[in-house]
Ligand binder design. Structure first.
Ligand code: HEC
Length: 180
């Protein structure tokens, strides 16, 4: 009995030492966008570790989109300054630090005007973050899809790059064009 207890205790201290070593490892500390690697963040997307960027509601508008049946959604894409500068200059690929956010809403008949469809409840917020090194395996973009501020499951995140790559690889995997 004594031996077993001793072994368990040794194992526990080994595990502690191992996690201390991991925490001290330089690659797992420092850069804030790498936090997800050190400590899984419940607000970060699976696979990519992308979070909803702060202040995106103040970002510049790229374009709207209307999604027909079966989704019936209104979408708005906005971009941070790095992304918008690249859009305006027609610069491809988008530089590192570019972030694009798509906000989606169900639409509904306007109670005020017959021919108008207006936003109903919000469905998803989707994010693409450019980091050509970190996300080299997915065309340089990290992806995140969020419902009520929480990331959706890994299976959904496995679909992002495939669809963007199949359709718009030649525009740096970005569908939305800047509207005047
Ligand atoms: C089946 C195809 C498909 C899949 C899968 C897909 N997207 Fe997209 N995505 C689109 C299309 C089409 C647009 C253009 C805007 C629109 O019509 O909504 C778009 C636009 C975007 C945009 C705005 C920038 C751009 O490229 O126009 C973001 C951000 C985005 N998607 C994130 C994601 C994320 C995150 C996932 C995975 C969770 C994902 N997408 C999966 C088709 C797809």
């Amino acid at each position: 009995m004594k031996t077993t207890r001793f072994t368990l205790a040794s194992l526990a201290s080994l595990a502690l030492a191992a996690s201390a070593a991991l925490l001290a490892h330089p690659a797992l500390s420092a850069p804030s966008d790498n936090k997800a690697a050190a400590r899984p963040d419940p607000n970060a997307s699976p696979i990519y570790g992308v979070t909803i960027p702060k202040g995106y509601r103040q970002w510049e508008f790229v374009a709207p989109a209307l999604e027909k049946e079966p989704l019936n959604e209104l979408r708005t894409v906005v971009g941070n300054k790095i992304a918008m500068d690249a859009y305006k200059k027609g610069k491809l690929p988008f530089p590192d630090g570019s972030i694009l956010v798509k906000l989606a809403y169900k639409y509904t008949q306007s109670p005020d005007f017959e021919s108008a469809l207006v936003p109903d409840h919000a469905t998803t917020v989707q994010v693409m973050v450019k980091d050509s090194k970190k996300y080299a395996a997915s065309g340089g973009w990290g992806y995140g899809r969020f419902i009520n501020g929480k990331p959706v499951d890994e299976a959904q995140h496995q679909t992002c790059f495939a669809c963007h790559a199949a359709r718009v690889k030649d525009r740096d995997y970005v569908f939305t064009r800047l509207v005047p």
